[in-house]
Design a protein around this ligand. Structure first.
Ligand SMILES: Nc1ncnc2c1ncn2[C@@H]1O[C@H](COP(=O)(O)OP(=O)(O)OP(=O)(O)O)[C@@H](O)[C@H]1O
Length: 353
């Protein structure tokens, strides 16, 4: 039997496909009561991880459990975990209601549950329409309705905002938040775009090239953003030296002749420049946005984004620490050389071994 905790635990999980290290020694925990974002750029290993969690791919090593059990040992898994993976197929000639009734029968829930979940996802009025004529957003809702059939304790959604318009995203946000918070359920949503799920999530797991880069509360990540000051001095190298002589680290010249200073105030920099007799023509304070932080944590996976992020930003040495070991929420940074380039290819379909 499973422990009924609603907890997802991924421990030292790895998956190799031939030469490709799709997932490497990934560890994180997802607790009930909040929505956790599972973020990383294309090809980072998100779908592979979710498929291992759902028993569709066999890990090379490590474990992924729900309620303390691997998916294969959950008994009636649809009652424990509902999932929406990308490219879910529907029989185009089947109505939404009939599609759901087929699944309801398969997992042993009564027919009336089909109408209940259609109501939950706002598709009640489309119950008798054929799924083949549904828009992308409606298909997403129908997929979510299918995942909800077993009234699961845990919801796992792969890129759920794909195809949703802003109103649909708002609806999804409200739905997932109340599902997680009011009913103390576990919700894990993957995305390659932080800004698409930023409003949706409370916790975040960020991976890149199959490795955990950060996990913990999103709020903590927000707080860890540092501002930088861009200074336009008459003599950039003299200013760099003066700042360093005054114990200010995180100083770097930018290609346009300015000096980027992280972690110091405009006044501090101005005072040092004045004391050193260096004329300053302008100073500009910049605040990092979350998206830039996400890029910084995952860079290396993106090829060909010249000049971004700007040099000297954000300051490098702060992302260090022990590899993630568990929860309750604390911020965890892991820095380590990714093991090498990975091919960008996709797979979809049935179980992969
Ligand atoms: N069946 C497979 N055979 C070979 N390589 C695979 C297979 N499945 C995934 N990969 C590789 O594993 C890596 C991770 O892929 P995965 O689909 O898990 O990433 P992702 O983070 O979900 O990406 P996306 O955001 O584009 O969906 C990629 O390099 C991918 O090419």
């Amino acid at each position: 039997m499973h422990d009924g905790s609603g907890r997802i635990v991924v421990q030292n999980l790895s998956k190799r496909f031939g030469e490709v290290n799709a997932v490497q020694n990934l560890s994180f925990t997802v607790e009930p009561g909040s929505v956790t974002g599972f973020l990383g750029p294309n090809g980072a290993g998100k779908t592979t991880t979710l498929r291992m969690l759902l028993g569709l791919v066999t890990p090379t090593s490590g474990t992924a459990t729900i309620n303390g059990r691997p998916h294969s040992q959950l008994g009636n898994p649809a009652r424990v975990v509902g999932s929406v993976l990308e490219n879910e197929g529907f029989h185009p000639g089947r109505t939404a209601r009939n599609h759901l009734r087929v699944y309801a029968a398969a997992i042993g829930v009564p027919d009336r549950r089909a109408d209940e979940v259609l109501g939950l996802v706002g598709l009640g009025s489309a119950a008798d329409r054929k799924a083949g004529g549904f828009s992308l957003g409606m298909r997403q809702r129908l997929a979510l309705a299918t995942a909800l059939l077993g009234d699961p304790q845990v919801l796992v959604l792969d890129e759920p905002t794909n195809g949703l318009d802003p109103e649909g995203i708002l609806w999804l946000r409200n739905f997932l938040r109340s599902y997680a918070r009011e009913q103390r359920r576990t919700v894990l949503v993957s995305s390659h775009l932080l800004n698409e799920v930023e409003q949706l999530i409370d916790q975040v797991v960020i991976i890149s090239q199959g490795v955990t880069r950060y996990y913990g509360p999103l709020e903590q990540l927000r707080k860890s953003q540092q501002s930088r000051v861009l200074v336009q001095p008459a003599d950039p190298s003299a200013l760099v030296k003066a700042l360093q002589d005054n114990g200010i680290s995180g100083v770097s010249p930018t290609p346009d002749g300015r000096v980027a200073v992280a972690g110091s105030s405009v006044q501090q920099i101005g005072d040092i420049a004045a004391k050193a007799g260096i004329a300053v023509y302008g100073m500009q304070e910049e605040h990092a946005d979350l998206e830039r932080m996400f890029f910084q944590l995952t860079q290396g996976q993106y090829a060909g984004a010249p000049g971004y992020p700007p040099p000297g930003y954000p300051p490098q040495p702060q992302f260090q620490g022990p590899p993630p070991t568990g929860f309750p929420p604390q911020q965890h940074y892991q820095q380590g050389p990714p093991s090498g380039p990975q091919q960008q290819q996709q797979y979809w379909g049935g179980p992969q071994q």
